[in-house]
Design a protein around this ligand. Structure first.
Ligand code: B12
Ligand code: SF4
Length: 471
């Protein structure tokens, strides 16, 4: 095969399974491609959810950037070792590498690891590699919204993804126990300028996209309670900052509303947005027609378990969730099972509530201790004492266990066996997506544009795999 003799940059999104097509674009690939600049030519992008990497395409002296989250870290390390064997410079980044830079060096043979945001630091890392002097760790930090790189969508392969992903805000002010976002992306929301977001969306439409996922941690970063708190503290500077942030959200939605009406957006948001009818009206006008909401638990105790006291429970929860649907926004409700306060009744009670709340879609996930979270710290302290291993790998490093032997459930439950939690969760899926229920819901959905619903259905099927998060 022909290969140019100058060294190249590869950006690789690891996956053990390749399907030829995928639902949503992995945004980091195209953001880092933009951050690469023009000095070394266009990077070669490999998304293994589409096609597996051909190791022969990597040559000595090339720079290979690999982005990993916890779920695909093991495959990422395999790629790192293969690239190193071929004499390439190996660089890791992404949330998992940020949390475990030493692990990426040990198992992925990284020359360098970038912690945090790659947008600004990446060209320096590449230059250092080509100069033969990469540092072992680079601090990418948490850059300001103005510095987020716009993605190089011109490098996107045609017709392979259904949804494009555009980020408008990074960071989340909450501190849910199962989520690492507020620790890695920070609790201070960093919003991207409206013009820059809109420019990217216009470009995506021009190349054929009509479905855009807003890959944000939490699309509603300023709540009425935040504003009230700043007022109570008579903190005028903070109040002004929060108001400006809120105004910018409305400005963004107003601009989205002016775009051609064949565009459809989807986002991730906390349910507090429902106490803000003006926000919901603006979302509908902007054609943000779908939203993942982390409901997590339908009981007060469950919400306490996950540090999510800002969510409601019982009838108030139903009213709040229904407000989205009333405003024309389809909700994918995300629920967690396996919480300490859950009992054998929780599964049916949760499905009953999901139905009463008019959710269009729902996902029921098992409590998973993702590293970087409060839940992980608590669980890992206990688990280290127990010392469970699978094929010699401690359970506290479950992502290093080969996928086919990786357990699905980790946290012991005080009153139910793991099998009971698993079966209860399966029952919830079966009940919510039973044919009678789906038929009932589809009659409501029929009245909305079928194209919109098909798009949301495809995304929600993908997102159902998603962790327990608003963002
Ligand atoms: C949108 C999103 C999704 C979408 C789209 C995924 C996709 N294909 O892109 C959907 C809903 C499908 C999804 C699915 C999943 N997701 Co998700 N997702 C997100 C979200 C909200 C934003 C990701 C994003 O696009 N950000 C924008 C880009 C530009 O930022 P970035 O990826 O962080 O990349 C920057 C840096 O990390 C760094 N960087 C990244 N890679 C590299 C590589 C190199 C070489 C360098 C130098 C730098 C670098 O530079 C980039 C630019 O600054 C994040 C939350 C978050 N804050 O990360 C969760 C998040 C990444 N998801 C998470 C999870 C758990 C999942 C799932 C594994 C869920 C599951 N249980 O199956 C699946 C995995 C699917 C898959 N195979 O990829 C977790 C990961 C936790 C962890 N420790 O791994 C997060 C952090 C959410 C959370 N609450 O904890 N997700
Ligand atoms: S789960 Fe959602 S609301 Fe909670 S910290 Fe994570 S992103 Fe924020």
């Amino acid at each position: 095969m022909f290969r140019s003799c100058s060294p190249r940059i590869h950006l690789i999104n690891p996956s053990t399974q390749s399907f030829g097509v995928a639902v949503i674009t992995p945004r980091w690939l195209y953001v880092l491609a933009a951050a690469t600049g023009t000095e070394w030519g266009d990077p070669r992008i490999v998304d293994e959810t589409l096609d597996p990497l051909d190791p022969d395409s990597v040559a000595a002296g090339d720079v290979v950037g690999i982005g990993i989250h916890t779920g695909n870290a093991l495959r990422g390390y395999e790629i790192g070792r293969a690239a190193r064997l071929r004499g390439a410079w190996v660089v890791f980044g992404g949330i998992h590498a940020t949390l475990f830079p030493d692990e990426a060096a040990r198992y992925g043979l990284a020359h360098a690891v970038v912690k945090g945001d790659g947008d600004l630091i990446w060209p320096k890392v590449v230059a250092d590699c080509f100069a033969g002097r990469p540092a072992s760790v680079y601090e990418g930090g948490r850059i300001s919204g103005d510095d987020f790189a716009a993605a190089r969508w011109d490098l996107l392969p045609q017709g392979r993804y259904m949804w494009a992903s555009v980020q408008t805000v990074r960071g989340c002010p909450k501190h849910c126990s199962f989520c690492s976002v507020w620790r890695t992306d920070g609790q201070e929301p960093r919003q991207r300028g409206v013009d820059r977001v809109v420019r990217e969306i216009v470009e995506l439409r021009r190349i054929g996209f009509r479905f855009i996922a807003l890959a944000d941690d939490n699309f509603y970063p300023v709540t009425f309670e935040d504003l009230a708190q700043a007022k109570r503290r008579a903190d005028r500077t903070r109040l002004r900052e929060l108001e400006a942030m809120r105004d910018e959200r409305f400005a963004l939605m107003a601009r989205l509303a002016e775009l051609p009406d064949d565009l459809v957006f989807y986002t991730q948001i906390t349910m507090e947005a429902a106490e803000d009818p003006a926000f919901l009206v603006a979302m509908k006008r902007a054609r943000i027609l779908g939203a993942l909401i982390g409901v997590e638990s339908v009981t007060r105790e469950g919400l306490k378990d996950v540090y999510k006291g800002f969510n409601l429970y019982g009838d108030e929860l139903v009213t709040r969730l229904r407000a989205f649907r009333r405003h024309g926004i389809h909700v994918l409700g995300s629920f967690i099972f396996g919480l300490h306060s859950d009992s054998a009744d929780t599964f049916d009670a949760t499905v009953a509530l999901a139905e009463r709340a008019d959710l269009t879609f729902a996902q029921f996930v098992l409590l998973t201790p993702f590293p970087g979270t409060i839940d992980f710290e608590k669980w890992a302290t206990e688990e280290r004492r127990r010392g469970t291993t699978v094929e010699g790998v401690p359970l506290t490093e479950h992502w290093l266990i080969p996928e086919e032997r990786r357990p699905r459930l980790y946290s012991p439950h005080p009153t139910m066996t793991l099998e009971e939690v698993r079966l209860g969760t399966q029952r919830a899926w079966d009940r919510f997506y039973g044919w009678r229920q789906v038929w009932k819901r589809s009659r409501v959905v029929e009245s909305s544009a079928p194209r919109v619903c098909a798009g949301l259905e495809a995304l929600s099927a993908d997102v159902r795999e998603h962790g327990n998060c608003d963002g």
